[in-house]
Design a protein around this ligand. Structure first.
Ligand SMILES: Cc1cc2nc3c(=O)[nH]c(=O)nc-3n(C[C@H](O)[C@H](O)[C@H](O)COP(=O)(O)O)c2cc1C
Length: 229
């Protein structure tokens, strides 16, 4: 590879990395089938331990998404229980709690929701079950028998999916919130116990003018995340 082509590749990655964000409001426009197929094909080139590729996606088209949204909203309205296949964190402490709070406050700030307005905060959080109006959602599951490292493989896939989508101008929302209702969602889509639900990825074209999309998150410094020795 020449220095010039390396620089070009780095520039592309920098652009994709700077442009991607978690989208929380979508246009109705659906994503063409060939674009969805390209995203999943590109993401599938990511690495996995022993190349087992433990991920599988159920991807909805707009009519299916609309019916699923209604069913999920109705289900989630009736229970606040966590019914995930993979245990949720019991608590966030220290710097993790701070980072988590910062995202929430930036989102609420963008939407004009005060810190004291717990009802409006809960309503915004519930938007997860409407998948923020996205025309599509991918339900990401992994093989149950492969254990925790399959989850790591799926994480690599999910990251690659989001960058591939970004390259196609398609916005994404990784949604751990959907995994809260993993058993309901697997049953809804006829996915058996041999698979565990990892998360959802809502996707489509961003509603760029919506305030929920009007903020960006910060990152820890390089010193905080790397020790070069
Ligand atoms: C595995 C995973 C699950 C997530 N679950 C949710 C979710 O349920 N709802 C949500 O609004 N954002 C969710 N996010 C998005 C994160 O909040 C977001 O990635 C983080 O705040 C960094 O912001 P950015 O993606 O805009 O750069 C999730 C991200 C990941 C990687």
């Amino acid at each position: 590879m020449t220095t010039q082509s390396i620089n070009r590749d780095v520039e592309v990655l920098q652009r994709l990395s700077a442009g991607r964000f978690t989208c929380r409001a979508y246009q109705d426009t659906s994503v063409p089938r060939e674009v969805i197929e390209s995203i999943v094909t590109l993401a599938g080139r990511c690495a996995s331990w022993c190349n087992v590729q433990p991920w599988h996606l159920v991807v909805t088209t707009p009519d299916t998404t609309a019916k699923f949204r209604d069913a999920l909203v109705s289900h989630a309205s009736g229970t606040s229980e966590v019914d995930s296949d993979i245990p949720f964190p019991e608590q966030y402490c220290g710097v993790y709690a701070e980072r988590r709070r910062e995202v929430a406050y930036r989102l609420y700030g963008a939407l004009g929701i005060e810190r004291s307005e717990k009802g409006r905060q809960a309503a915004q959080s519930f938007e997860n079950f409407r998948m923020f109006g996205a025309p599509h959602v991918a339900i990401v599951t992994m093989s149950a028998e492969l254990g925790a490292y399959a989850g790591i493989d799926c994480g690599a896939f999910i990251g690659a999916f989001m960058w591939a989508a970004q390259a196609h101008g398609v916005a994404t929302t990784p949604q751990g919130a959907l995994a809260r209702h993993a058993k309901f969602i697997r049953s809804y889509f006829g996915i058996g116990d041999e698979r565990k639900m990892v998360c959802g990825i809502a996707f489509g074209y961003a509603d760029a003018d919506h305030p929920a999309n009007g903020f960006r998150t910060s990152r820890a410094s390089l010193d905080d995340v790397m020790q070069l020795i």
